[in-house]
Design a protein around this ligand. Structure first.
Ligand code: CUA
Length: 316
């Protein structure tokens, strides 16, 4: 097995070994029973007719109840590990990932960019928000036991907490064309002080939220979203405080303003019109790159005081 270098790794491995043990036990049992029965119940004389069997309530109860209990134990244990992995913690460090044939582009909350390398502090929850510029890829770190598809046109999220400093393989685990096998990288886990030093080695960078704010100005969003989206009363809705909250739409529906909703609202504004506003916002499809979209979203998130990102931004 690969090294166990994240908080989830032991849980995943324990479940895997349990599953493997059950599978091996029943494989051996069934093969042994087949061999035994072939020998024991072979035809001994031509024209021999075996004694009929009329069933056994006891035997049938046993082979229904025991497999049922085993299946339920796998289900309950599997669901426990699944939820531990796929419920994204709120208090995590946000890192953005954009996949592209055939490389991984990362951006840290402080603005640092990396290609095919990801530096993270150990002992800290890391949340990755990921998308791709072209086809489906899959972000896979075997030593952390985490893998998540990276899908064009939407965001997927994944989290991990590394437990040991070191260098770990990063793979693309979804066939994505000619150089799929070379779409690899390295995750570098550092002690928190080393990570801080690594971050401060590059201080001229703007954070994703700050870059998003600049884009917000240059794209002309402030014409309708007043004061950088902080104020209400413009032709477009107020954006401050919107992230993670329900938004009332025309026609009575509500939708939670998460990353995927904000993305759709920028690229295809008329898909979900906010109640009280007509569809006058132009589309920005083709005008902003995937990385710029993530920066705009980081900016809108930073306008919400309860978001973890805002604290990061103001601290820098
Ligand atoms: Cu990207 Cu395979």
């Amino acid at each position: 097995m690969p090294e166990q270098a994240s908080t989830i790794a032991q849980q995943v491995d324990a479940l895997f070994y349990y599953w493997l043990g059950i599978t091996l036990f029943f494989t051996v049992l069934i093969v042994a029973a087949i061999i035994l029965f072939v020998v024991k119940y072979r035809r001994r004389a031509p024209g021999e007719i075996p004694r009929p069997i009329f069933g056994s309530m006891k035997l049938e109860t046993i082979w229904i109840v025991i497999p049922f209990l085993i299946a339920m134990s796998l289900f309950v244990w599997g669901a426990k590990v699944y939820f531990a992995q796929y419920r994204i913690p709120k208090d995590a460090l946000d890192i953005y990932v954009v996949g592209k044939q055939w490389m991984w582009k990362m951006q840290h909350p402080t603005g640092q960019r990396e290609i095919n390398e990801l530096h993270v502090p150990m002992g800290r929850k890391i949340r990755l928000t990921m998308t791709t510029e072209d086809v489906i890829h899959s972000f896979y770190i075997p030593d952390f036991r985490v893998k998540m598809d990276v899908v064009p046109g939407r965001y997927t999220q994944m989290w991990f907490e590394a437990t040991k400093p070191g260098r770990y393989h990063l793979f693309c685990a979804e066939y994505c064309g000619m150089n799929h096998s070379r779409m690899t990288g390295t995750v570098i886990v550092m002690r928190p002080d080393e990570y801080q030093a690594w971050l401060s080695g590059n201080t001229s960078q703007l954070s994703p939220a700050q870059q998003g704010e600049q884009l917000f100005q240059t794209l002309g969003c402030t014409t309708c979203h007043l004061n950088g989206g902080r104020d209400a009363g413009g032709r477009g809705p107020q954006l401050a405080g919107i992230f993670g909250k329900p938004v009332q739409l025309e026609g009575g529906q509500t939708v939670v303003a998460d990353e995927n909703y904000l993305r759709e609202s920028i690229l295809n504004p008329s898909a979900k019109i906010v109640a009280g506003y007509s569809a006058i916002m132009p589309t920005y499809q083709g005008q902003v790159s995937e990385e710029q979209l993530l920066q705009l979203i980081a900016y809108i998130k930073s306008l919400s005081p309860q978001s973890g990102n805002a604290a990061m931004t103001s601290a820098n």
